[in-house]
Design a protein around this ligand. Sequence first.
Ligand code: PMT
Length: 414
Amino acid sequence: MLNGKVIVLGVTGGIAAYKAAALCSKLTQRGADVHVIMTSSAKQFITELTLQSLTKNPVYSDTFDERDPSVVSHIHLADLADLVLVAPATANIIGKMANGLADDMLSTTLLATTAPVMVCPAMNVHMYTHPAVIANMETLASRGVSFIEPGEGLLACGYVGKGRMEEPEKIVEVVETFFEQRETEDAHSGSDKAAGILTGKKVVVTAGGTIERIDPVRYITNDSSGKMGFAIAKAAKEMGADVHLIAAHTDAASPEGIKIEHVESAQDMYEAVMREFEDSDLIVKAAAVADYRPAKAAPLKLKKQGETMTLELVKTTDILETLGQNKKSQFLIGFAAETNSVEQYATDKLRRKNCDLIVANDVTQSGAGFGTDTNSVHIYDSEGLVLHLPLLSKEDIARRLLVLAAERMAKGEA
Ligand code: PMT
């Protein structure tokens, strides 16, 4: 869920600082790249070495301890962050944030960042309800800082009440929901970015599942409905592209205003794609193409014979691989429908088939993959994960994918 997300974790000096270790561990286990900044009082409660070992990143605490001469550490961390999380947050750091004070590594980074900021207060119940602290929190909330409220219970100071920092599991859940919601919002706003972005581009899209004939009335196929490919064709048209849609067997309603070239087998699809390939700018292979076909398709209906029947299958031509071998300036997007080791298989296909991007769907996840109106995908390039899109409509996934492709094409990244 948090793959590729940079989280700057500010740890301040309260007894709950010990929970920062579990928090670092849980965030990194979920794929986040965690960079810790500790205040000097936090170091009274937990060591730098613990947090460095858990995050595999250096821990910062001194503003003047510049380790890389090419950057200014607090500005670098402020810019790097997808989220700044302060946990635990003392009344002191909340006060400094509210008043724009910057006298140590954490407070300067907080002032320099434009990333969203989340604060997990932890303090004595009377401090937490003190009018000064409440006013500071209200000021921060009015500036868009969000708070993960402390829980109630026995506090380290002996009081019972509100002030205990929320448990790391719960904080991680809130962080995950935050990123999920942001990605969903981004996906919806994709339509604003998308207007005209593919104007003048020829986009070839394949959709549906190929049919490999055994005899005139029987065939081998798969569960592809064509919805994903159709959504991509529709989005490409809305973005101004000249769309060539090549569809094998589908159950979905055809996208309006787009001419479809209907094909049946992998071989038919191969021939249709190769006819359009030369002058195309972008090819999106969302179709589920058979890897094997019957060695011979019987010209007449086969008759029942013995107790068993052996069907000899031969490999089909891998269309995507052929395109990958022959591509010049074309931008190539493959899809991978996987049930296990999704990242490994998808990135292996990306390399083998020389794609610019591969869209991996874990088809065991409910609402994703074959036949559904929604999908959830991870998009990889040769460097690794580029984008995770949570469960969204196939239209939203299509729009986000094409915006990403168009941005990369504009930079000449084919
Ligand atoms: O059509 P829907 O019901 O909406 O479902 C969408 C989908 C699950 C079919 C789609 O999102 C998807 O994942 N399509 C790829 C399906 C797949 O199983 O791909 P693959 O792992 O077999 O192949 C990898 C890539 O190589 C694909 O881009 C495929 O089009 C291509 N390929 C595969 C074999 C072959 N002979 N030629 C190819 O071009």
